[in-house]
Design a protein around this ligand. Structure first.
Ligand code: NAD
Length: 255
């Protein structure tokens, strides 16, 4: 299957986990890729796994820095002449989940800054290039935590609920330009972000419990998210916009 030949895709958070798997899948299906991540080592690892013929730009970027976002998007458009796909995937969790009475304003600002404002900034600067050509597909990585909160009023859940809402708003604003905007809501997936959870479970012989609350009784793989993201980015999803698709082994099915 080669759904993205001659298409140009920007992927944020491409240096690890779901972003890396998505960048590799896009490239395997023929896309030219623009890979952005805060981690230069992560980017280099992703680049080393690309099919050899892949046209690629990789850049260190903090998605919450508007000047950096503007520069990356300009460079991508100048180099490749178009931007067809944006995968808005960079994210941080903050690591701990204290109750709302113990929340720190700085933590909220940092997490909302990357997960929500960063996603908005990427759309703000990419969409005008898509509007000119009257085509484009944007896929945001939200979370099942954006559908229903975990324990405590933590900023991660709020940021991901915001990403789902941003997805709907952007779909409304951009639909008239033939630009589709959707989100995926991953359940538990083994990546850099969740490494401490997996390390703890394995050290305590509790790995079998991970994903136990999913109807499929297992956790997810980055490649399974990449498959769903690439579906939403492709013409196979040509009549789908403004949606947030749980990719969670059925975790939210019994809510
Ligand atoms: P990951 O930590 O493996 O990958 C996230 C990547 O984003 C990293 O390479 C990191 O360097 C990059 N990043 C972080 N802050 C950045 C910034 N400010 N600018 C640019 N890059 C930045 O984790 P992952 O699980 O692959 O996460 C991808 C997305 O999936 C995130 O948005 C995350 O919230 C979401 N998600 C993950 C899970 C899960 O179980 N792993 C569940 C739900 C949602």
């Amino acid at each position: 299957m080669k759904r993205f030949i001659e298409q140009v895709a920007i992927v944020t958070g491409a240096g690890s986990g779901i972003g890396r798997a998505t960048a590799l899948r896009l490239a395997q299906e023929g896309a030219k890729v623009v890979l952005a991540d805060w981690s230069e080592d992560g980017l280099q690892e992703t680049v080393s796994q690309l099919p050899p013929e892949t046209a690629c730009i990789e850049r260190k970027l903090d998605v919450s820095d508007e000047a950096g976002v503007r520069a990356l998007v300009s460079e991508a458009n100048e180099r490749f002449g178009q931007i067809d796909i944006l995968i808005n995937n960079a994210g941080i969790s903050g690591g701990s989940y204290p109750p709302v009475t113990e929340n720190e304003r700085a933590d909220w600002e940092q997490i909302l800054g990357v997960n929500l404002i960063g996603a908005m900034l990427m759309i703000k600067h990419v969409a005008p290039h898509m509007q000119e050509r009257k085509q484009g597909a944007i896929v945001n990585t939200a979370s099942v935590a954006g559908i229903r909160s975990g324990a405590g009023g933590n900023p991660y859940s709020a940021s991901k609920a915001g990403v789902i809402n941003l997805t709907q708003t952007a779909a409304c604003d951009l639909g008239g330009f033939n630009i589709r905007v959707n989100a995926v809501c991953p359940g538990l997936v083994e990546t850099g972000m969740t490494k401490p959870v997996f390390d703890y479970a394995r050290a305590n012989e509790k790995e079998h419990k991970l994903g136990g609350r999913c109807e499929l009784r297992r956790y997810g793989k980055p490649e399974e998210l990449a498959a769903a993201i690439c579906f939403l980015a492709s013409d196979d999803a040509s009549y789908i916009t403004g949606q947030a698709l749980p990719v969670d082994g059925g975790n939210t099915a019994s809510l």
